[in-house]
Design a binder for this molecule. Structure first.
Ligand code: FAD
Length: 379
């Protein structure tokens, strides 16, 4: 019987697997998709540029755990350019206005929504895209322990072990199970017998999955023409017909690209799917001119992804706020369940960096310590 079954092959699950492997624990990881990474998804643009359609940035000033890991793994990074001209398009019928932004002072730009005051706040990207972090974590692990395409549907406490039932009809037992996925999603998808205590279920239901409602697009370009015009590539589009709300430079050594968050509400996106490439291109042309001529358009609608977005996240469409605002619930999410045989993980269960990659790594660190303690007490 396995010592630990990890369900979910995102950054939290992979980081936990990595530390269990180092401790020679008998573990296996089960991921519902045919790929690892979860909310990290990097695709390759027509010009070879790695394009992050999920998590992109980390913030060295406030996120020590991911910063240290990136350094330990020797992953090359680059700064997100903020200093310079930022474009603001608040009227679909008028040209954008250029505003200067000083990243050193983090000065708010008059007339912008409150959050861009610090713009990207000293964020850094990985030169190979955030997938480089996932690949580096997975490279430490024996492939035979990583099981893709294994979606968990049911967990049953047997008293001295837990039975896992997967979509494809397979079943196995483990002494301990970690659900390294958003708590809301776990509640939606996995039937737990016996059910978890009401307070735990309420905490799971009340914790929004960070960015699960979002959709992100990236458009590779022949060259970063916006820089020739003196722009950083940063733009805020605030009018009612906006397709991309927030645009930024996603270029790297491999090629130029612009990326942004799609402004259309989650419920409307499916209707616009076929026209989206045209809409994205025309909005970028409004901002940076027709000579931009993107080489392609890539996007990911996370709200339509049932291994990311729960029904409640889809319904709230971001109005549920940040999971870190629900601090009172974290204690419930971190509690041992089924006498220490079941643990909740995923970034949303972290006290710090909640919802971010930093939180996913912190959750993995907490789980490692809890499992160490549990295995010492009951080997
Ligand atoms: C558009 C977008 C932009 C973001 N930008 C940033 C950013 O710039 N910086 C940042 O720090 N964070 C960002 N985030 C958040 C970041 O992606 C997450 O914090 C992080 O990836 C969470 O990792 P995780 O392992 O906790 O969860 P996840 O990545 O959600 O992994 C959970 C895994 O569990 C799997 N799974 C789910 N259900 C089952 C099941 N029943 N059986 C088996 N497997 C299952 C999923 O397929 C998934 O692989 C962004 C997220 C999105 C969507």
């Amino acid at each position: 019987m396995l010592d630990v079954a990890i369900v979910g092959g995102g950054v939290c699950g992979l980081a936990l697997a990595s530390s269990l492997q180092a401790r020679r624990v008998d573990w296996a990881l089960f991921e519902g998709r045919g790929r690892l990474g979860g909310r990290v998804l990097t695709v390759t643009g027509e010009n070879g540029a790695p394009l992050d359609l999920g998590a992109t940035w980390f913030w060295p000033a406030t996120q020590p755990v991911i910063t240290q890991l990136v350094a330990d793994l020797a992953l090359p990074t680059l700064a997100q350019p903020d200093d310079g001209q930022l474009l603001v398009l608040d009227d679909a019928a008028r040209p954008p206005q250029a505003r200067s932004f000083d990243a050193a002072t983090g000065q708010a730009v008059e007339g912008l929504p409150p959050q861009p005051g610090s713009l990207h706040g000293g964020a850094r990207r990985l030169a190979g895209g955030m997938q480089a972090l996932v690949d580096a974590l997975a490279a430490r692990l024996p492939p035979g322990r990583l099981h893709l395409g294994q979606r968990l549907r049911r967990l049953q406490d047997l008293g001295d072990a837990v039975a896992l039932h997967f979509d494809d009809g397979t079943t196995l037992q483990a002494r301990r199970v970690v659900l390294a996925l958003p708590p809301r999603l776990a509640l939606d998808q996995i039937r737990l017998t016996p059910p978890l205590p009401d307070a735990v279920q309420a905490a799971m239901r009340g914790t929004p999955t960070w960015m699960a409602h979002a959709a992100k697009a990236a458009l590779p370009c022949r060259s970063p023409v916006w820089r020739e015009q003196g722009h950083t590539g940063n733009a805020w589009v605030t009018h009612a017909q906006a397709v991309l709300a927030e645009v930024f430079d996603a270029s790297g050594a491999a090629g130029a690209a612009l990326a942004g968050f799609i402004a259309l509400p989650a419920a409307q996106r499916a209707r616009f799917e076929r026209s989206l490439p045209l809409l994205l291109e025309s909005q970028l042309a409004m901002l940076f001119g027709h000579h931009l001529q993107p080489l392609g358009a890539h996007w990911q609608d996370w709200a339509a992804d049932e291994l990311c977005c729960s029904a409640a996240d889809r319904e709230e469409d971001g109005r549920g706020g940040h999971p870190g605002q629900h601090a009172a619930e974290v204690a419930q999410l971190q509690a041992p369940l089924w006498a220490g045989r079941l643990w909740l993980g995923g970034s949303e269960t972290a006290r710090q960096g909640t919802g971010y990659l930093e939180g996913a790594l912190r959750a993995a660190g907490r789980l490692r310590a809890e499992l160490d303690r549990a295995m010492l007490a009951h080997p």
